[in-house]
Design a protein around this ligand. Structure first.
Ligand SMILES: Nc1ncnc2c1ncn2[C@@H]1O[C@H](COP(=O)(O)OP(=O)(O)OP(=O)(O)O)[C@@H](O)[C@H]1O
Length: 306
């Protein structure tokens, strides 16, 4: 089990009466970027706070590289770096002072602190701001400092709770690039409610809704989760809308101009084959038909209803 970076078993938590998360189970076997996806209030931060030993679960257990977070938190935490949703930066300290303080908290021997700080500042491209007070940094650079404190002790596993939240588009791209670089050397888990973030960064996803896992798999599997339910057809004979509505399984027709039509069909049937066959039989001169894939947003919306 030491090779398994993270194992979560039967994890449940309630802050008061209602369960915030219920019976969560999953494992992260090795390197890569893992996404914890879910809408606001789904339970992502609760899971991450428990994983990182900031919150004690009501039920269940978490192991980091085989070490139980509930029984041996100090040892388990050595393998983890955590950027919580509100980065724990000290606004009045300079970047160098703050990271030196974090290095101390992480038990880095005093004479090695400056070397570790210099290395992590270089890694996160903040060396030129080492003497700048954190309050005077932009949101993107403050986030870099937050990421720097999470990796200063060179952990195997880095947990980032909504790392691009509140950043402008350029800062988002820069932080994503940094996250990718960090993941070259270690396992990264990040939470987000932004689908494009998952697509841009993650290899594997767990989607949480109302405290439960509603999807586990790769981004491609997520993308293919819903069977297609529309196709664009080019019918040179230009049949009428009413004629097309009589096609087997077709429930809606959009006329896109000239011979182009969007046909919506019932997901539960294998309507496509029958549509093609009928179009050909009726002599509508079907020259092209392309199935439209469901967008990630549709998948997200569908899974959120689960
Ligand atoms: N300290 C707390 N006390 C009481 N309830 C809480 C507390 N923290 C979170 N909750 C509740 O637990 C549920 C899960 O919240 P959590 O913050 O884990 O979700 P999230 O997916 O991280 O959402 P967001 O993206 O909005 O941060 C929500 O219903 C939330 O209101």
């Amino acid at each position: 089990m030491e090779n398994v970076v993270l194992k979560i078993e039967n994890l449940s938590h309630r802050y008061s009466v209602q369960w915030a998360i219920k019976d969560i189970n999953f494992e992260i076997p090795g390197k890569g970027i893992f996404g914890l996806l879910g809408s606001n209030g789904a339970g992502k931060s609760t899971i991450m706070n428990i994983m990182c030993g900031v919150l004690r679960p009501t039920e269940g257990n978490v192991w980091i590289k085989g070490i139980s977070m509930t029984e041996n938190a100090v040892k388990a935490k050595r393998y983890i770096g955590f950027l919580p949703q509100n980065p724990p930066v000290q606004m009045e300290l300079t970047v160098n002072e703050y990271l030196s303080y974090c290095a101390g908290l992480r038990d880095i021997p005093r004479k090695e602190v400056q070397k570790a700080v210099d290395k992590v500042m270089e890694r996160c491209a903040i060396s030129h701001f080492k003497k700048r007070v954190i309050r005077n940094l932009s949101g993107g650079y403050r986030q870099r400092v937050g990421i720097a404190q999470a990796i200063i002790h060179n952990p195997d596993f880095v947990v980032l709770d909504e790392p691009t939240n509140g950043l402008d588009p350029n800062q988002i791209l820069e932080i994503r690039r940094l996250v990718k670089e960090i993941a070259e050397e270690r396992t990264v888990m990040l939470s987000t409610h932004i689908l494009s973030e998952v697509q841009a960064l993650c290899d594997d996803i767990r989607m949480i809704e109302q405290g439960r896992v509603v999807f586990a798999g790769t981004v491609d599997e997520f993308d293919n989760y819903l069977a297609p339910n529309s196709a664009i057809a080019i019918l040179m004979a230009m049949p009428t809308r009413n004629e097309l509505l009589k096609l087997p399984g077709v429930i809606k027709v959009e006329e896109l101009g000239g011979p182009r039509y969007r046909l919506f069909f019932d997901r539960s049937t294998d309507a496509m084959e029958q549509i093609v066959e009928t179009c050909v039989n009726r002599g509508w001169r079907l020259t092209e038909i392309n199935i439209e894939k469901s967008s990630l947003n549709e998948v997200f919306a569908e899974l959120s209803k689960k």
